[in-house]
Write a protein that binds this ligand. Structure first.
Ligand code: A3P
Length: 286
């Protein structure tokens, strides 16, 4: 246990409501199948969006799973305790999500033929989204002021550690053509185009009709009103919608409404320094 009430796992802070030593061990020993698909994200980068998209892409647009199974059981988190309870009900090809850095993924991932979609989001928007999420998610630490929360984020004293470490781990894997990189902004800008990329990567090559159907059901508006995805099934003691909504704004560029010029300079300088010498470049101006 860390001093904050989160558990500490390989240096990462995790909320004990969903993560236990048993669930983390279960994740380590998870037997990845060749047909498995993982959507990996740093928190607040589009995880729940992928929990809607993946079943639809994998099953050709059949709406049954997204309308009958809550997102956390439909496409469970690899590292959370629900996985052990639902794993036997997952239908092949299985879709999972994870916030783990690459080095904490189960060893069976690298020996399998499973595919990974790494979804990333402009960190300036991500820190804003995370700040509001910490206000409404009662199982997370109070974020304090936005300025305090930004410092915590830059120092990695937040869930799943430093964003830059997460990026570095996933940009430098040996997965070759088994990993696809996708941005939140790309999905926002042209969801059908992003869905075509996902569909082709997963070998589905769906018709335009199927792509348009999936896009319609994965819009911000559609997901916000889907009770199986909008967390309205979660009691208020865990998620308080009076404080902020999980489906808050779903836009790019909200950081401009939150960052002062001093905060922007600090943020950019830390991120640039952390990524110095890396061979990849960020898809956003920083
Ligand atoms: P905001 O807080 O900026 O609105 P995660 O699922 O990784 O926790 O990410 C949550 C963020 O994704 C929230 O961002 C949420 O609104 C946004 N999001 C989820 N589904 C979306 C969709 N269909 N379209 C746009 N944004 C979406």
């Amino acid at each position: 246990m860390s001093s904050s009430g989160y558990i500490r796992y390989h240096g990462l802070l995790l909320p004990p409501i969903a993560h236990t030593m048993d669930s983390l061990e279960f994740a380590q020993n998870f037997a990845v199948e060749d047909s498995d698909v993982f959507a990996v994200t740093y928190p607040k980068s589009g995880t729940i969006w992928m929990q809607e998209i993946l079943p639809l892409v994998l099953n050709g647009g059949d709406l049954t799973p997204i309308h009958t199974i809550p997102n956390w059981d439909r496409v469970p988190w690899l590292e959370e305790s629900r996985l052990a309870l639902v794993v036997d009900q997952l239908v092949s090809p299985r879709a999972l999500v994870s916030h783990f850095p690459y080095n904490l993924m189960p060893p069976s991932l690298s020996t399998s033929k499973a595919k990974v979609i790494y979804v990333m989001r402009n960190p300036k928007d991500l820190v804003v989204s995370s700040y509001y999420f910490h206000q409404m998610a009662e199982f997370l630490e109070d974020p304090g002021t936005f300025d305090e929360f930004m410092d915590k984020f830059l120092e990695g004293r937040v869930l799943f550690g430093k964003w830059t470490d997460h990026m570095k781990s996933w940009m430098n894997t040996e997965l070759g053509d088994r990993i696809m990189y996708l941005t939140f902004e790309e999905m926002l800008q042209d969801l059908p185009a992003a869905l075509r990329r996902i569909s082709n990567f997963l070998g589905r090559n769906h018709s335009e009709e199927v792509i348009q159907k999936i896009a319609e059901h994965c819009s911000f508006k559609a997901m916000k009103s889907n009770t199986m995805s909008n967390f309205s099934l979660v009691p208020k003691v865990y998620m308080d919608n009076d404080k902020s909504h999980f489906f808050r704004k779903g836009i790019a560029g909200d950081w401009e409404n939150h960052f002062s010029s001093e905060q922007l300079a600090r943020f950019k300088s830390v991120i640039r320094k952390e990524l110095e010498g890396e061979s990849f470049s960020l898809p956003w101006s920083m």
